[in-house]
Design a protein around this ligand. Structure first.
Ligand SMILES: [Fe+2]
Ligand SMILES: [Fe+2]
Length: 369
């Protein structure tokens, strides 16, 4: 394990300030924000599921009965925190091209809250996990999304323009909502208590403007579709492998629940934990796209959510040549298909050009244009 130079949480805060400057987001609105850890009430003071169901939730790591459980919990917090800082790194360049003051302010709010979420996870690591927590909290600010060093694929993708941003907040932040919800049932009380304020903030990030883009009708729908095709598969990957043994144990140990844990009536299927929450997420994406489609003029092809097998890098469909409609293609046809279905350099250039030249490429909020 590498040596850590962090001893106290204040040391970590110093490193956080260095990170803000290093990635180029030390704008006054961001640096003046009062970052703090926030804790809300949880639904229950007892472990809600798994082998320890009914016992008091653990307030301290030393109360957790097994080292493997403590390691799994540390991992859950590290992965969650990593996504928070990574998303800021992905969005760091968008300030320069904000379509309006309203959008710039939304972006400021989103990245500031993502930083606070990362802060919250590092607060847990620094205060509850001793030496290994301090090492992880330091490494969290040393990986960079733009060096492809973040822990999960979606968070090493490029966010090149505001179309990326809007589609990202629709689909990747929605995955965030799912992950936070599943952790809000955790048997480790400080983690569960962290999730309530985080979820409140996260709900603002969802769907900050894609309907406005469709309404304005400046960006061709087939390009918007390509961006949906870019971000949905990586979001589906974020739920983890199929037949996951870690998800199985997270549940048995009471550390991470199903998305619909409080209302789920079916018996839990421990072999299919990730598939279960992934499918609920996919259904929500389908509903969202149906809503957005209300703004698609009649006669034009509607937007859609690509098949769950398309362009996956995790799970049983990983690296297999499936089309957006779920058919298996030849390797040759598949290579062409990817070019047709994912944003190409020409599409990225066109979106960047529209964003800088065309004032009306997004309908203002609440307009009926
Ligand atoms: Fe977040
Ligand atoms: Fe978010």
């Amino acid at each position: 394990m590498p040596a850590t130079r962090l001893t106290t949480f204040d040391d970590w805060v110093d490193l956080f300030r260095v990170w803000q400057k290093d990635i180029g987001v030390a704008y006054p609105e961001i640096t003046n924000y009062k970052f703090e850890a926030k804790f809300g009430p949880t639904r229950s003071n007892e472990v809600e599921f798994g082998a320890y169901k009914g016992r008091p939730k653990w307030e301290k790591v030393v109360q957790i009965p097994d080292q493997r459980m403590r390691d799994a919990l540390l991992n859950l917090i590290v992965y969650q925190g990593d996504t928070e800082f990574a998303s800021v790194e992905q969005q760091r360049r968008l300030f320069e091209t904000a379509p309006s003051e309203h959008d710039r302010q939304s972006l400021c709010r989103v990245v500031t809250e993502e930083m606070r979420h990362g802060w919250q996870m590092c607060h847990l690591l620094m205060n509850h996990f001793g030496y290994s927590g301090r090492v992880e909290a330091q490494k969290m600010l040393e990986r960079r999304a733009f060096d492809q060093k973040r822990l999960l694929g979606a968070f090493n993708q490029d966010v090149n323009n505001w179309l990326d941003f809007f589609v990202y907040t629709d689909f990747v932040d929605r995955d965030g909502k799912y992950q936070l919800t599943m952790l809000s049932y955790s048997g480790f009380a400080p983690l569960a208590q962290s999730m309530i304020p985080m979820l409140k903030e996260e709900s603002f990030h969802l769907g900050t403007g894609q309907d406005g883009i469709v309404k304005a009708g400046v960006i061709p729908l087939n390009i918007i579709q390509k961006y949906i095709n870019k971000w949905v598969p990586v979001s589906l990957d974020l739920f983890g492998v199929d037949r996951s043994s870690s998800a199985h144990w997270f549940y048995v140990w009471g550390l991470k629940g199903r998305y619909d844990e409080p209302t789920a009536t079916a018996e839990v299927n421990l072999e299919r934990m990730n598939e279960h929450s992934r499918e609920l997420y996919r259904q929500e994406c389908v509903k969202l796209v149906e809503m957005i489609n209300k703004n698609v003029p009649t006669g034009q092809a509607k937007l859609y959510v690509p098949d769950v097998k398309f362009n996956r890098f995790i799970g049983e469909h990983a690296r297999k040549p499936y089309s957006v409609t779920g058919e298996m293609l030849s390797e040759e046809r598949y290579a062409e298909h990817l070019k047709e279905m994912l944003p190409q350099p020409g599409d990225v250039a066109l979106v960047c050009e529209i964003q800088s030249l065309e004032k009306q490429w997004i309908s203002p909020k609440g307009s009926n244009q």
